[in-house]
Design a protein around this ligand. Structure first.
Ligand code: NAD
Length: 355
């Protein structure tokens, strides 16, 4: 008998495929947008210039002050620019940080956001926004922040170097794995998540070995898109709560943390999710009990970090991190116990392969 569930599907239009950036003029016409403000960080200059030229005299300005974690002061500057340029649409180009600025704008101004993601962060599929004030990151959910159109063009990800692509891919993988047992998990989203896991695990080694392999880049971006869909509804659990704690305490790189922690968080959760691990294992062609180790091996094989020590976590921060994870991950599918979480973090710190 099918399990009863409740599912609020999140709407949105997606255009996916190599070269799909050339459809942006048509997409903007569909929205009736004639005054477009581009949001893209300085590192994305070349991509922004090419896309800007393609959409021509609709462009009324560019906000290039994109930085990680959307500081409130920078977001206010972007909002001012949207207002002063009388933009009727905002086009974000870049990773989760650029998308984050689009979301911060949409919280303040009634303009549609069109997103062109160039990493595997997946934020463009969610209604979750995040902004930082001092050292405090505030997050929330609001349907108005979700981009109305998302254009996924794998050609734009070819310039993503393996050192960013690998950890970003592991971040996407973590979204799909945790969506299977997160607070909003449902059977439809589980199908999406498993397809995402299949595509990402198959593509990431080639993405990192042969950066110009467009087929692999395309499969990875497809997997990342599905991961964003899965995250948006499935939500997060121990893995993401742990990364949130470690990121807040030690300012570790988001993608790198995801690469290190995922296998260990799944190992901790394993006793509570045997059937789900079997399902993941079937997708990967391995046994359910081999999944945590396989996630660790994948990170190692794509050159992503596998130890918290190697990415800058201080050893004397372990005890406090354990204390905070136990509190923050209270709603996890397997209740966080002090000793188990200490073991999990200790193994992750030393880069020990999960059993
Ligand atoms: P990012 O956007 O900061 O990009 C990482 C780096 O990749 C940057 O240096 C950027 O310049 C570079 N880059 C991006 N595209 C490139 C390309 N095509 N070629 C070469 N370099 C490129 O980081 P991210 O990992 O994409 O996003 C992380 C942020 O997104 C975090 O703040 C995280 O909290 C947020 N996030 C939010 C959600 C949500 O639902 N709200 C979901 C996932 C992530």
């Amino acid at each position: 008998m099918a399990t009863p569930f409740t599912y609020d599907a999140i709407p949105g239009r997606v255009v996916f495929g190599a070269g799909s950036r050339h459809q942006l003029p048509d997409e903007l016409d569909r929205l009736g947008a004639g005054r477009v403000l581009i949001v893209a960080g300085e590192q994305e200059d070349a991509i922004a210039a090419e896309i800007g030229a393609g959409i021509g005299d609709r462009v009324v300005g560019r906000f290039s002050g994109v930085v990680q974690h959307v500081p409130v002061e920078a977001a206010a500057e972007a909002v001012d620019l949207v207002r002063s340029s009388a933009a009727d649409a905002v086009l974000t180009i870049g990773g989760g940080s650029a998308t984050g600025f689009g979301k911060a704008i949409a919280l303040e101004v009634d303009v549609p956001i069109v997103a062109v993601p160039t990493t595997y962060a997946g934020s463009e599929m969610t209604t979750i926004w995040g902004m930082t004030s001092g050292d405090h990151k505030q997050t929330g959910r609001d349907p108005t922040v979700k981009p109305v159109v998302v254009v996924y063009d794998p050609e734009l990800t070819v310039s993503l170097p393996p050192a960013i692509a690998g950890p970003s891919g592991m971040n996407a993988l973590a979204h799909s794995v945790e969506a299977l047992y997160g607070p909003g998990a449902n059977p439809v989203i589980s199908v999406v998540a498993l397809e995402s896991i299949r595509s990402l695990v198959a593509a990431l080694p080639a993405v990192c070995r042969r950066p110009d392999d467009l087929d692999a880049r395309s499969d990875a971006l497809y997997g990342a898109y599905l991961a964003g869909v899965a995250l948006a509804t499935g939500g997060t659990a121990l893995h993401h709560k742990t990364c949130h704690v470690l990121g807040g305490m030690f300012n570790l790189n988001h993608g790198d943390m995801n690469a290190v922690v995922l296998g260990h968080a799944v190992a901790y959760n394993a006793p509570a999710i045997p059937e789900l691990l079997e399902r993941i294992g079937r997708v990967l062609g391995i046994g359910g009990d081999e999944v945590p180790g396989a996630l660790f091996d994948l990170a190692a094989s794509i050159g992503a970090p596998t130890s918290l020590e190697a990415i800058g976590m201080p050893a004397d921060g372990l005890e406090e991190a354990v204390r905070r994870v136990v509190v923050e991950a209270a709603a996890n599918v397997r209740p966080p116990e002090q000793d188990g979480i200490r073991q999990m973090l200790d193994d992750a710190f030393h880069g020990k392969r999960p059993a």
